[in-house]
Design a binder for this molecule. Structure first.
Ligand SMILES: NC(=O)c1ccc[n+]([C@@H]2O[C@H](COP(=O)([O-])OP(=O)(O)OC[C@H]3O[C@@H](n4cnc5c(N)ncnc54)[C@H](OP(=O)(O)O)[C@@H]3O)[C@@H](O)[C@H]2O)c1
Length: 285
């Protein structure tokens, strides 16, 4: 990124994008934030926030005008909407950093799971676009554990399935810190960064860790896959609910890898889950 180049942050009001905006802004880099509702974006007053909707690529021209580099987040949107967005970006920008997923498998011709399929398909559009790209491929976000917050606020028990399943939860600030380096450094062009937190924790251990920070004896209580399936079907399709259950079941017997990429890229080790809980303790109280 040259000194004058300007970054458009898509997903600027989200877990990761919000930090990307703040970090770029704090280092004096010109930054513009995209939101479907700029009036409720709650970003620093001096940050330019512009409207745009990723499902309607024709709404992005004004946001992209004068932009050199884009940070792209694709959150629960149809995969078919991505190629027109990548196309629009390539008409204005030179560089794109995409928040992809560790679910993408480079060793497979066809991705095996729906999360991998979605992100691999967007990665392929980006690779074919002529843009200079970097892909961030994080493991599970620590923010996913906020799903337990209503139960924790109501009592000392978190009910769920496969409490022994292992995770390498990553702090959204670490993902954002890597994103900022990738947005600003030519050495990240063509990089696919696998990102994890600093440790492996089971779901049950993560619940205890939250209890340790908020000073309560929290414990995991195992529910049945049938009960969990019923709960997931409240907002997921049957095939996706099945996929999530399988993912958790497999993670009981498989220890996920911990990568050192956060430290290699940012110079600071990935934060621990405990550090994340300290930053979010208010959500669990
Ligand atoms: N959660 C995980 O464990 C995990 C693991 C690996 C990778 N990821 C990746 O990270 C992504 C989520 O990132 P996050 O947690 O930072 O997201 P998030 O907190 O859920 O925020 C989503 C952002 O997307 C924007 N957005 C949604 N629909 C939009 C649309 N139609 N047009 C324009 N903007 C739109 C929202 O902006 P407005 O509402 O302001 O418009 C918001 O800023 C996932 O989708 C996945 O690709 C997640």
């Amino acid at each position: 990124m040259t000194k004058q180049s300007k970054v458009l942050v898509v997903g600027a009001t989200g877990n990761v994008g919000r930090h990307v905006v703040s970090m770029l802004h704090a280092q004096g880099a010109p930054v513009r934030a995209l939101s479907r509702r700029p009036e409720s974006a709650q970003l620093p007053a001096s940050v330019e926030v512009v409207p745009g909707d990723l499902t309607r690529a024709d709404t992005l021209d004004a946001a992209l005008d004068g932009i050199d580099t884009v940070f792209l987040v694709w959150r629960r949107l149809p995969v078919e909407a991505a190629p027109p967005v990548v196309d629009a970006i390539s008409k204005y920008a030179r560089r794109l950093v995409f928040l992809s997923s560790m679910a993408v498998r480079d060793d497979l011709e066809q991705q095996v799971d729906p999360i991998g399929q979605l992100h691999a398909s967007i990665e392929r559009s980006i690779e074919a676009s002529g843009l200079e790209w970097s892909f961030l491929r994080p493991a599970e976000f620590a923010t996913n554990t906020l799903e337990w917050a209503p139960q924790i606020r109501a009592g000392d028990v978190v009910r769920g399935v496969y409490g022994a399943s292992a995770m390498t939860l990553i702090h959204e600030r670490d993902v954002a810190a890597v994103a900022v380096r990738a947005l600003c450094g030519a050495e990240h062009i063509g990089a696919k960064h696998p990102l994890t937190g600093s440790e492996v924790l089971t779901q049950a251990e993560a619940v205890s860790a939250i209890g340790g920070v908020i000073g309560r004896p929290l414990r995991w209580e195992e529910s049945s896959p049938e009960e969990e399936r019923e709960r997931l079907l409240g907002w997921l399709s049957p095939s996706f609910a099945e996929f999530i259950l399988e993912l958790r079941a497999k993670a009981v017997h498989r220890t996920p890898p911990v990568t050192s990429t956060v430290e290699e890229v940012t110079g600071a080790p990935a934060r621990t889950f405990r550090e994340w809980v300290v930053d979010h303790a208010g959500d669990f109280r």
